[in-house]
Design a protein around this ligand. Structure first.
Ligand SMILES: Nc1nc2c(c(=O)[nH]1)N[C@H]1C(S)=C(S)[C@@H](COP(=O)(O)O)O[C@H]1N2
Ligand SMILES: [Mo]
Length: 406
């Protein structure tokens, strides 16, 4: 028997054993081909997600919520979207996990173990809104490449950890520091260990905010693996891509960080509005900083049937990047008129704010409920799509649900 055939026979018997059935026509399986039955992993069980979560991609794993799943004030893991650019690290050894602070603008390179980070610095807990810059991408026209997020790539969990500013102070920041960049343990899709799937960062002013933390807990427990266990940078209010998962290092830079996905059209938008479909030069693209004002109706679920004469409770959340939300309104007449909702204060800066109201409908028939938030800088959500951009970022159009009064 030729060696090639031998390998084929060996894997065929392995496949048969794993699948638990004879592979009919197994002799025709192409070499190196893995039967589909063997790459089926149940992502819901794997990541402890609710079955109503929507899987957008399995390599890398990307999964989003639906609006009605985000009804909780604090997002539980089962409803938290997953956005990965590479492959989730395996075999994490927390006893040997190290965080290295380096870069042109650190006084001297310093390394901390997880235990040191936890014991040396004070712990803080904040509720922080993390929204993928591409949330809402699916609505852009011409379409933008990338995961076709609808509205569910946003979360607001409780994150516990140490302040990045305390660590940077301990390490020593030089006067010329202007940016930080993160480094992580996930692997590039090609498996090339010299390439990072993503390595982004924020300006010093954001890095030094009280709420910018290196977290080791999410909702009071160890961070779930998919969300960055055992250590994650969390910079709420900015595109969630700034919040590096599986954190192994922070570089203090004397220039804008130039890691993976900091350039070109990655997490950058035209500095000035462009016509849909335009090609935009690199130098005319600007890095996304604070996320824009936005809101989500989490109850009722779109498609709800309402009994004639009954008023409904309407509720959801609103957030505005670095800013607060100052006003929340809804419309049942396609934006012709707006009524105000009750809006709660945020638990802390950068946490989303809850809104609620009761809504009555004048007669039987089809309605849409539109929700519109206005931030403390007086920016309101656009009713329909905002400015087109090559990668389909920052769609903060009013969330709309359909209901029927029967
Ligand atoms: N190391 C690492 N950090 C990462 C990413 C990644 O792929 N690798 N994705 C980023 C992006 S684009 C987003 S939107 C958020 C998603 O966070 P979540 O999966 O915990 O919801 O993580 C960010 N941090
Ligand atoms: Mo993202």
């Amino acid at each position: 028997m030729k060696r090639r055939n031998f390998i084929k026979k060996a894997s065929l018997s392995t496949f048969t054993a794993l699948i638990g059935a004879d592979i009919v026509f197994g002799q025709f399986l192409p070499e190196g081909y893995t039967p589909l039955a063997l790459h089926q992993t149940d992502p819901f069980a794997l990541f402890e997600k609710d079955k109503e979560m929507q899987v957008l991609n399995d390599r890398p794993w990307n999964m989003e919520a639906q609006a009605h799943l985000l009804d909780d004030s604090i997002t539980p893991n089962k409803y938290m979207f997953i956005r990965n650019n590479g492959l989730i690290p395996k075999n994490i050894d927390i006893n040997n996990w190290k965080l290295t602070i380096d870069g042109e603008s650190v006084k001297e390179t310093k390394t901390y173990s997880l235990a040191e980070l936890k014991s040396k610095f004070k712990h803080y807990t904040y509720q922080l809104t993390l929204e993928c810059g591409g949330n809402g991408r699916s609505e852009f026209n011409p379409p933008a490449k990338g995961n076709q997020w609808t509205v569910g790539a946003v979360s607001c969990a409780n994150w516990t950890g140490v302040r990045l500013k305390d660590i940077l102070k301990d390490a020593g920041i030089k006067k010329n520091a202007i940016y930080i960049g993160y480094h992580s343990a996930d692997m590039h899709l090609t498996g090339d260990i010299n390439k990072a799937p993503i390595s982004r960062g924020v300006p010093m002013s954001k890095a030094l905010q009280d709420e910018t933390i290196l977290a080791f807990k999410m909702n009071g427990k160890n961070i779930p693996l998919a969300h960055g266990y055992p250590l994650r940078l969390v910079a709420g209010g900015w595109p969630a891509s700034a919040s590096g998962k599986w954190l192994t290092g922070i570089s203090i830079r004397d220039k804008v960080h130039d890691g993976a996905k900091m350039k070109g059209s990655s997490y950058r938008v035209p500095c000035k509005p462009v016509a849909p479909g335009s090609k935009v030069k690199d130098e005319d693209m600007c890095i996304i900083e604070s996320m824009p004002v936005k809101s989500l109706i989490t109850y009722p679920k779109t498609g709800a049937l309402i009994q004639r004469g009954k008023k409904i409770n309407l509720r959801g959340h609103a957030w505005a990047g670095e800013y607060g939300v100052s006003k929340m309104e809804y419309s049942i007449d396609y934006g012709a008129s707006w009524k105000q909702c009750l809006l709660e204060n945020p638990v802390n800066r950068l946490a989303w704010q809850h809104f609620s109201t009761t809504v009555g409908f004048p007669s039987r028939g089809y309605y849409e409920v539109w929700a519109r938030a206005t931030d403390t800088e007086n920016n309101a959500q656009p009713m329909l799509l905002p400015g087109w951009n090559p990668k389909g970022y920052l769609n903060n159009a009013c969330h709309r649900i359909a209901v029927k009064v029967v």
